[in-house]
Design a protein around this ligand. Structure first.
Ligand code: GDD
Length: 324
């Protein structure tokens, strides 16, 4: 019989790549999708999968009855909680909504899991944003690094991380955390910095835009490809025991480095186009991320197939094809 996976956030970047990956492994995939007033935006990343092994229903992490009903009737083997209000800057504008969705929402699905399908396995999308200000002496963050979040989003992810460990220990559930560093792709929302920069650079090259407004260009991030990271999610949920793993490339670049690389690829000098805009500054920004994923690499043999450069090149090609 086919294995069944249930994914919250199925129509996001990670949900769509994870669905494709699980279909290749012969899973039946189910997911919940929030109602959106623009129907075309609702499932655009997974349109090609609907009816081809993926089924979706309307639902929401805050709508307990639909969560309970779906988990009870589907009886999934694996539950991936990837849904969230995932934008760090926006979490400062709408902190209460962010806390409800990411923290209370996680608790809702954990309860639905414990009460209706406790033999399933559970994956929680934890985040490097949980580490916040802390960097170990050698310049990395890892599973043992102290958590000091710098945003409402980061605080909700610390809550979720701890709750998952509590449910694992208290109720003997297979509940695991993947602590994922930034991961991008052509499917990334274009208000995250990578896709914002790449899209704007290609538009500038094509004469469709003059300037690119950015916030803090001196923040460092460890950027990987979402496709590599959904492979890690599947490994983590299929481990012999529930545990927590950092997933990262180990390479860090600043927003400025990224702009320089992307504009140069298009024969442009970013300094002529990028302007600093206080609207995109954060009241408190996380300055530096670089992950040590030794535990993931040694346990499963995971390693990323993409480098920072091949990731950016794929994103550039994507936008060049759209605007050609
Ligand atoms: N979004 C955005 N827009 N970020 C900007 C801009 C801008 O115009 N200008 C500079 N930045 C800087 C931000 O201040 C931040 O330091 C960095 O670019 C990355 O911002 P994002 O791409 O928005 O990602 P993030 O690091 O805040 O959060 C992402 O990664 C986390 C993992 O560490 C999100 O995907 C989170 O959901 C995820 O958990």
């Amino acid at each position: 019989m086919k294995k069944k996976a249930f994914i919250t956030g199925i129509n996001g970047q990670d949900g769509s790549y994870l669905s494709e990956y699980l279909l290749e492994k012969d899973y039946k995939v189910y997911g919940i999708v929030r109602r959106n007033s623009i129907a075309e935006h609702q499932e655009s990343r997974i349109d090609h999968l609907i009816g081809n092994g993926v089924e979706t229903e309307y639902g929401d992490l805050l709508d307990v009855s639909s969560l309970e009903r779906m988990i009870r009737t589907i009886q999934p083997d694996e539950i991936y909680n990837i849904a969230a209000q995932s934008h760090v800057r926006i979490s400062m504008d709408i902190p209460q909504f962010t806390v409800q969705t990411n923290a209370l929402g996680l608790l809702n699905i954990l309860e639905a899991y414990k009460n209706n399908c406790p033999t399933a396995r559970f994956y929680q999308a934890s985040s490097s944003e949980m580490f916040g200000r802390t960097v170990d002496e050698d310049g990395y963050q890892r599973e043992t690094t102290k958590m000091s979040p710098t945003s409402p989003y980061g605080c909700t992810k610390v809550f979720g991380y701890n709750m998952v460990q509590h449910y694992r220990n208290a109720y003997d559930l297979f509940a695991a955390n993947g602590i994922l560093f930034n991961h991008e792709s052509p499917r990334r929302g274009s208000n995250f910095v990578t896709n914002k920069v790449v899209k704007a650079a290609v538009r500038i090259k094509n004469g469709l835009q003059d300037k690119l407004s950015l916030g803090n260009m001196d923040a460092y991030r460890d950027w990987g490809h979402s496709k590599d990271y959904v492979r890690a999610m599947h490994m983590i949920i299929n481990h012999t025991e529930p545990d927590d793993f950092v997933c990262a490339t180990g390479v860090t670049n600043s927003v400025r480095d990224m702009c320089s690389y992307v504009f140069e690829k298009l024969d442009l000098d970013y300094k002529n186009y990028v302007i600093k805009d206080p609207r995109f500054m954060r009241p408190e920004d996380l300055k530096y991320l670089r992950g040590d994923s030794t535990k993931l690499r040694t346990t499963f043999g995971w390693k990323p197939e993409y480098t920072f450069e091949t990731l950016m090149d794929e994103m550039i090609d994507h936008w060049v094809n759209i605007y050609k």
